[in-house]
Write a new protein. Structure first.
Lengths: 500, 421
């Protein structure tokens, strides 16, 4: 940071704050638990092994093998504005799980206390939450169920009983494959097809676990659902698979957050999230992504290649993606909405913060197929240090998507003269009754706004904090209450620390 | 050099043969062939040609297009230079002599050492990174003629280049070089269908404190395939303005590549396009690189489309590290007059400096019903009301024309074109 020239309006304390953050990753520790690994590399045998370890039926094994065959024919995409050393896909463990999990725990009490401790450090004490939310909490306080994922195996799942009462299925995907094969078979791979892209195809072949959610018709999920992802062992690729189905007239808010321990070698993460939304249903999917970003020289850090897509299949279906992306060395992530049903709606709210040597290439796709569909994109990118931050998005109005509407706003803020902020939107309009608007700006913290604040008696730091807070506000407000705390804490660290 | 030359490039190069050796430009031409053989010609899978098919430009022979009449800058007092099917027509051209400007022709300028040697193919080569433009390299290698213009002072009237087409099968490759000396200023007008297939390049080097204006009329009910590249380099406190009006026609791709090399320079590229019919494919591709302090760039592109017409805008502002105080603006808008019209836009920003203000906007939609209702409620007939709204929509682009008389000329042109569409 020493050689970075600092602009007016960014004071010395700011620089110190940024420097103090460099290379210190608060969640960078490792739990010492014995791991069980499959051999390094991927081949049909490994795929079969993963399938076998999860007790999967034959059709699932075949599905994976077909995906693997397809993957062998695909090339790693290079179009994103990210630069990283070539990944040797045969030098990665595709399956790892804590040894103490070989025999499934009957209840949380039987879970290795060290694992539970891990979650406590991350701020999700399962049992406490169970107490707080399940028993002692006042009625109006919303409850959060956690399907905690430790490396590759789903651990404990809380609140099963209450969810069961509502008819909601919330379990690990491996359990769903065993217990609800009809649902999984009907929907898995229908939003993100097996052949979708290099990373999604790899995921289809080797996903180890993930979450499954089914909300029955006309049901409002009684609590917000949450998954914590964690990568724990070195060199373990994490291939999570999430499938959410919101049946007619249902509603669910799903929270995903992740932190990862500090490691030297880069780790690969290639998750797939599929969301199916039927008539009149609504899904909110919120993410706080805080994988280890690597140190200030760009050493280590997670490679995060994620495919997330929601399919609004029914009329008046609604989806809302909200993401706060602060971690990972490389982020490659485009949560998308297919607006197939008439009057369906898609929203995408994103804050992407890249500091030091981080590279983020993230955005969304809004594919308007149905009549009178609406979408809104609000993306806030912040670059500091030597980071590169790219918004990449697509809005397509198909000929039949009459009377549809899109509004896109992507703003970038640059802090320091060694970083980059880029915008790569694709706009495709094939009918004239739709309206598409796109706006993008790139700037530093606005001098006029600072001046205005200072003229009203704020000191410089307060002013900068206020302006930057305002910059992200629209997205922060879109987050559900439960996540707002963590997100604000993260933004406070990664963003407010950077400028004021 | 690529070991394997793809069939398409090979066929095109075979059809063209060896570049004509023209004294001082020979090195640049041979170098361009080498570059072309390395990159190959574009095809539809190229990201840079995502929305326009390059086939018409890469095919060995031009597709025949009926010769079209074209009324260009008639009535504007200018020094006129005429090319027919890409061939210079002395009878239809004025004497090149004019104070403050030296004009030669590429085809007849056969000395060994020429100032243009430092420019011909040079700006084009610079413009090949980060995105390769093989068809511009092809032009450098095989251009049959063009103008070599040096602006030394303030030129009293515009140079008007008229491109007429007589032959249905004409295939023109023209390459102009313009050097504007420090403090000098000039305006160049270009108009006409050029040929059944046209590939034109203009390399413009604007020295410190110099000004260059470029105004172009294209299209109007013809079937031609037109590809143009303008490569512009700007020195300190220099200014560049380019405006293109396109009406109907078939396939047009205008690429503008601008290097802001000097501090405090200003570059404005703008375009207005009226497209009618399913054959209309109009592509504006702009790449502005800011590599100096306090640069100002504006891209303003407006398209009015109907009956299956397709409009494309690919614009990029690249602000290099250290290009502080850059002010980059980009707007691409289209008005879709019916449901068959299509618009594709890829407005990009790539920014490596923090003290900048860059923005872009893009909108697509139909004529505003409320505005139409307002006008009609005041007794304006529907067609006329639509024309008024179309004109006002295009006005922001026309405003980018430096000279007010020429601005009026273009507005008049637009009004006539709207009236007899």
């Amino acid at each position: 940071m020493d050689d970075v020239q600092v602009k007016d309006g960014v004071d010395a304390e700011t620089v110190e704050a940024v420097q103090s953050l460099s290379g210190t990753y608060k969640h960078g520790w490792e739990t010492e638990i014995e791991m069980e690994y499959a051999p390094k590399g991927v081949n049909p045998d490994i795929v079969r092994l993963i399938s076998e370890k999860n007790d999967e039926p034959e059709w699932m094994t075949e599905w994976r093998l077909a995906a693997f065959e397809r993957w062998m024919q695909l090339k790693e995409p290079t179009w994103a504005m990210v630069d990283y050393p070539e990944i040797d896909f045969q030098d990665i463990f595709y399956y790892a799980r804590p040894k103490s999990m070989e025999e499934k725990p009957k209840s949380l009490d039987e879970v290795d206390p060290k694992l539970l401790e891990t979650y406590a450090k991350l701020g999700i004490p399962l049992k406490e939450q169970a107490l707080l939310a399940g028993v002692e909490a006042p009625e109006e306080e919303r409850k959060v169920a956690v399907d905690a994922v430790f490396d590759s195996v789903s651990l404990g799942t809380t609140f099963q009983d209450e969810l069961k009462k509502a008819g909601v299925i919330f379990c690990s995907i491996s359990e769903a494959i065993r217990e609800h094969p009809e649902l999984v078979r009907q929907y898995l791979g229908t939003v993100v097809p097996v052949s979708d892209n290099f990373y999604a195809t790899l995921n289809s072949a080797v996903f180890s676990d993930g979450s499954f959610v089914y909300i029955p018709p006309n049901t409002k999920c009684p609590m917000e659902l949450s998954t914590y992802f964690r990568i724990n062992a070195e060199n373990t690729g994490q291939f999570e698979r999430t499938l959410i189905i919101a049946d007619k007239g249902s509603y669910v808010s799903y929270l995903e957050g992740c932190t990862a321990p500090k490691r030297d070698t880069a780790q690969l993460h290639a998750a797939v999230v599929e969301i199916v939304i039927l008539e009149d249903a609504e899904v909110k999917y919120s993410t706080v992504q805080n994988w280890f970003p690597g140190d200030e020289d760009g050493k280590g850090g997670i490679y995060n290649f994620v495919t997330k897509r929601a399919d609004c299949r029914g009329d008046r279906a609604k989806v809302m993606w909200t993401q706060v992306e602060t971690g990972s060395a490389v982020t490659w992530k485009y949560p998308s909405c297919i607006l197939r049903g008439d009057d369906s709606q898609g929203e995408f709210y994103s804050i992407a913060i890249a500091n030091n040597m981080q590279q983020a290439d993230t955005g969304t796709k809004m594919i308007h197929l149905g009549k009178n569909t609406k979408s809104r994109i609000v993306s806030k990118g912040i670059s500091a240090g030597k980071a590169q931050n790219t918004y990449r998005g697509q809005v397509t109005m198909h000929p039949k998507a009459k009377e549809s509407r899109n509004y896109t706003q992507c703003d970038s803020l640059l802090i320091g003269d060694k970083c980059g902020a880029h915008t790569v939107p694709y706009i495709e309009v094939k009918n004239n009754s739709s309206r598409v608007e796109h706006e993008a700006t790139t700037s530093k913290v606005d001098d006029d706004q600072l001046f205005y604040c200072r003229a009203r008696g704020m000191d410089e730091e307060e002013a900068v904090a206020l302006v930057v807070n305002g910059f992200c506000k629209e997205v922060l407000q879109a987050l559900p209450m439960e996540f707002a705390m963590e997100a604000q804490a993260l933004v406070a660290i990664s963003l407010e620390g950077s400028v004021g | 050099m690529a070991a394997f030359l793809d069939a398409k490039t090979n066929d095109r190069l075979t059809a063209l043969g060896t570049p004509a050796a023209v004294g001082w430009s020979e090195d640049a031409r041979l170098d361009a062939v080498t570059r072309l053989r390395t990159t190959g010609l574009p095809d539809r899978r190229d990201e840079y040609w995502k929305y326009t098919r390059p086939d018409a430009f890469t095919a060995p022979a031009a597709t025949a297009a009926a010769a079209a009449e074209f009324e260009g800058f008639a009535g504007v007092d200018a020094l006129t230079i005429t090319f027919v099917d890409g061939v210079f027509d002395a009878d239809a051209s004025d004497d090149f002599a004019l104070e403050g400007i030296e004009i030669e022709r590429l085809a007849t300028s056969d000395v060994d050492i020429h100032w243009a040697k430092d420019l011909y193919g040079v700006l084009e080569t610079n413009g090949q990174t980060p995105v390769s433009r093989p068809l511009a390299a092809l032009n450098t290698a095989y251009a049959t003629d063009g103008l070599i213009i040096r602006v030394t002072g303030e030129v009293s009237k515009p140079i008007s280049v008229v491109y007429l087409q007589k032959s249905d099968a004409s295939d023109a490759i023209l390459h102009h070089v313009v050097k504007v000396d420090a403090g000098a200023s000039a305006t160049i007008l270009e108009a006409g269908p050029v040929a059944a297939r046209a590939n034109t390049v203009m390399e413009i080097d604007i020295a410190d404190n110099a000004t260059f204006n470029h105004l172009r009329l294209q299209g109007r009910d013809h079937e031609q395939a037109t590809l143009t590249h303008t490569f512009t380099r700007l020195g300190n406190e220099s200014a560049f303005k380019s405006f293109t009006l396109t009406a109907n026609g078939t396939l047009t791709r205008n690429e503008a590549i601008i290097e802001m090399n000097g501090d405090d320079a200003s570059a404005h590229v703008a375009g207005a396009a009226l497209g009618d019919g399913g054959d209309f494919n109009h592509d504006d591709t702009v790449f502005v690189t800011h590599d100096a302090l306090n640069g100002e760039s504006r891209q303003v592109f407006k398209k009015v489309l109907r009956n299956g017409a397709t409009g494309i805008f690919q614009g990029k502002i690249l602000v290099k590290e250290g290009a502080q105080k850059t002010d980059g603006y980009q707007i691409s808008q289209s008005l879709l007059l019916d449901d068959d019209a299509q618009f594709y836009a890829k407005p990009e920003l790539e920014i490596y400096a923090d003290d900048v203000a860059c923005s872009h906007g893009s909108t697509t939609g139909a004529i505003d019903d409320h505005a139409l209702y307002y006008l009609r409620s005041r007794g304006v007939p529907k067609a006329q009301a639509e024309d008024m709204l179309v004109l006002s929509f295009l006005a922001e682009a026309v405003d980018e024309i430096a000279d007010e008389d020429l601005q009026d000329f273009i507005l008049g042109k637009l009004e006539t074109w709207l009236a007899d569409r």
